[in-house]
Design a protein around this ligand. Structure first.
Ligand code: MG
Ligand code: ZN
Length: 230
């Protein structure tokens, strides 16, 4: 039988350091949320692996939402400015956040980005997190909701292998569905995998090529009217 080594918490010597780091992040995330609420801004954290299609999805959503709302994008990218350039072509404010660690955004960096935009002009901030499905789950940024983008080109196991990420999400986008047949990946199975982890979560199959699902996602992520009952 193949031996398996499993870490137990007592063995992780830097657990206290990590704990206080996460505490500090959570505190700043709450401060970010307070700033956003004060200005009536909805922030959405868009997570997903490199190549899942986050930037293109955000670009398509900006196209749909900018006629009605003041939209800005924070783009987490430590290596290139390509994504920022793609989104800036939509003529909305963009802030690139180049992390040092390169594996997740944290609330402190987002707090700094909030100081670089005119909050009075904004209703919605889409935050493109770093392309990684592991540690961004541990670092809330102060957003109202978290979206995970997973594309069929990543193969059939992405959902099952990242339970923590999907349990912490509010909306899941199954992207590049136009390529599902070529890839031999079942969109239905991915949806089932997500619902097994989190039964009540909204899952939207989408294709940035055909435009399928994009209107629905835009509607889900649009700022909710402050006075919905009025
Ligand atoms: Mg990107
Ligand atoms: Zn990380």
């Amino acid at each position: 039988m193949t031996p398996i080594i499993e870490a137990v918490p007592e063995e992780i010597y830097d657990i206290e350091l990590e704990h206080s780091l996460l505490e500090a992040n959570a505190k700043i995330a709450r401060e970010n949320r307070a700033v956003l609420n004060q200005h009536g801004i909805t922030a959405v954290d868009v997570m997903g692996a490199i190549g899942s299609g986050k930037t293109t999805l955000i670009t398509r959503l900006v196209e749909r939402l900018k006629p009605k709302y003041g939209v800005a994008v924070f783009n987490g990218d430590a290596t290139t400015a390509d994504d920022t350039a793609q989104i800036a072509s939509q003529n909305v404010p963009v802030v690139q956040i180049a992390t040092v660690n390169g594996c997740h955004l944290d609330a402190n960096l987002v707090g700094k980005a909030l100081k670089r935009v005119d909050l009075d002009k904004l209703d919605l901030i889409l935050i493109e997190n770093i392309g990684n499905l592991i540690c961004p789950a541990e670092f809330p940024l102060g957003s109202r909701s978290r979206v995970v983008v997973v594309s069929v080109t990543e193969g059939p196991w992405m959902v099952k292998k990242h339970p923590h990420m999907f349990r912490g999400a509010d909306v899941v986008v199954i992207n590049k569905t136009d390529l599902a047949d070529v890839m031999g990946v079942s969109v239905e199975q991915l949806i089932q995998d997500v619902h097994r982890l989190k039964p009540d979560i909204q899952v939207v199959p989408a294709s940035c090529k055909s435009g399928g699902g994009l209107d629905e996602i835009a509607e889900l992520l649009a700022p909710k009217a402050a006075n919905a009952n009025a």
